[in-house]
Ligand binder design. Structure first.
Ligand SMILES: Cc1cc2nc3c(=O)[nH]c(=O)nc-3n(C[C@H](O)[C@H](O)[C@H](O)COP(=O)(O)OP(=O)(O)OC[C@H]3O[C@@H](n4cnc5c(N)ncnc54)[C@H](O)[C@@H]3O)c2cc1C
Length: 389
């Protein structure tokens, strides 16, 4: 019997997990191939800040690929999909046939559309190559850095650069407080105070309207909506990502913001699955590792002939910025009272309904109560959880 030919597009976390699950499910009945745009196999993208800070070297990413297929085509991105012929066209002109396909080519960073946005020194942070560009700018001539966007990526990048070289790092956030998606204002101000202690500067409630250059080519400053101008030789734009659906636009698969998948991680076209940042489930494209893990596991199993369904956890996020962990679990609206505890390094806030049922929680500085809090959501709150000193 011919082997089932499972082809995976992408060399990120979702591709690696889908590959491992397809291998486990299909065993010797499947042949697995991976196609990647970068020059090597899947690597853990959340570790990139450690490359920028200097704690890890590029060889860690280039040699510690977390998976490989029987056939691997790197540095050769997919440029189109013919779903009727079940065939992919790569940039090199090579065509690849599949029986089942997993699309896991991730997302691309959003870029600001402002005057002089093409200057040298304006960067994004997604790949090893991006990290290497940031490092050489910081090491060579950088005196002052702007980070645009105080989300998780922006904060991680800011601390990594500060650790690498003790220069001015200013984080700019359009809204009134940092990490507006994950935290409420009080928790956000607490986290900000920890980050200020680490040497970061914050500029909030303004947007960047224009870049400027001293010599015509290199970035020298940025101008903001409040009229202020900040000198900088590097501006790192961390203003979110969008699913990279471009190679599949004319393939006939249903695309909304991302590639739409059902609870089997299958797209609108039979035998084509999608996972990770490129996928949209239930109207959402979270752009998080937890979503990539879950969708890739289900896509890998189903593409290899198994049967698995997506069960996404209720809204939860856990992140670590340098050595500061923080989490946001469950709901933060519709509560009738809050219980809060903090010291100089740690902060927890619990959102309770009438009858003291725990709806959600936020924690900063320590993750030791996270599992207990998760188990308590939807149940009666017990203040024994506050007994830390
Ligand atoms: C610096 C950084 C830190 C992060 N930290 C966290 C964190 O702490 N917690 C968290 O939850 N999330 C974090 N994220 C987000 C997380 O990394 C992503 O959600 C996750 O990587 C998504 O995995 P993916 O495999 O879907 O996509 P990606 O990791 O983006 O992988 C997609 C791969 O496909 C390749 N590709 C693209 N187009 C093609 C093509 N046409 N043909 C072939 N290959 C292609 C790309 O080159 C890429 O290697 C971070 C992201 C970054 C950049």
């Amino acid at each position: 019997m011919d082997k089932r030919n499972v082809v995976i597009i992408g060399n990120g976390i979702a591709a690696a997990i889908a590959l491992a699950e397809a291998k486990k499910t299909g065993g010797s009945d499947v042949a697995l191939s991976v196609i990647g745009k970068e020059e090597f196999g899947p690597y853990p993208r959340p570790k990139l800040p450690e490359l920028v800070s200097g704690s890890l070297s590029s060889s860690f990413f280039k040699t510690n690929s977390i998976a490989s297929g029987e056939h691997a085509y790197y540095r050769d991105p997919v440029i189109s999909l013919d779903a009727e012929k079940k065939e992919l066209l790569l940039k090199s002109g090579r065509t690849i046939h599949y029986d089942t396909l997993i699309i896991a080519n991730g997302s691309v960073p959003n870029a600001l559309d402002v005057p002089l946005s093409g200057l040298s020194g304006i960067m994004h942070f997604r790949t090893v190559a991006d990290a290497e560009r940031i490092i050489s700018n910081v090491d060579e001539n950088c005196t002052s850095v702007l980070i645009i966007g105080a989300g998780v990526l922006g904060l991680e990048a800011a601390l990594a650069i500060k650790k690498r070289k003790n220069i001015d790092v200013t984080v700019v956030e359009g809204r009134e407080y940092i990490l507006p998606v994950q935290l409420d204002q009080e928790a956000s101000l607490f986290l900000e105070s920890l980050l200020v202690e680490k040497g970061l500067t914050f500029k909030k409630g303004v947007s960047l309207i224009e870049y400027r250059s001293g010599d015509g080519e290199n970035l020298s400053s940025a101008v903001f909506s409040d009229g202020s101008e900040v000198n900088c030789t590097l501006s790192l734009e961390a203003i979110g990502v969008r699913p990279d659906t471009s190679p599949f636009k004319s393939s006939g698969i249903s695309i909304n913001r991302g590639i739409v998948i059902d609870d089997r991680a299958e797209t609108s076209v039979k035998d084509i699955y999608a996972a990770g940042d490129v996928a949209e489930f239930d109207g959402k494209c979270p752009g998080l590792v937890s979503f990539a893990n879950m969708t890739a596991r289900v896509a890998g199993i189903n593409a290899a002939g198994g049967d698995a369904r997506l069960v996404l956890p209720s809204s939860s996020a856990f992140m670590k910025v340098d050595d500061i962990s923080f989490y946001s679990l469950g709901a933060r609206n519709g509560y009738s009272r809050c219980v809060e505890k903090k010291d100089g390094k740690r902060y927890e806030r619990y959102f309770l309904s009438e009858g003291d049922i725990l709806l959600g929680t936020i924690g900063i500085g320590s993750e030791s109560n996270m599992t207990k809090a998760l188990a308590m959501i939807g149940k009666k709150f017990s203040d024994s959880i506050l007994s830390w000193d």
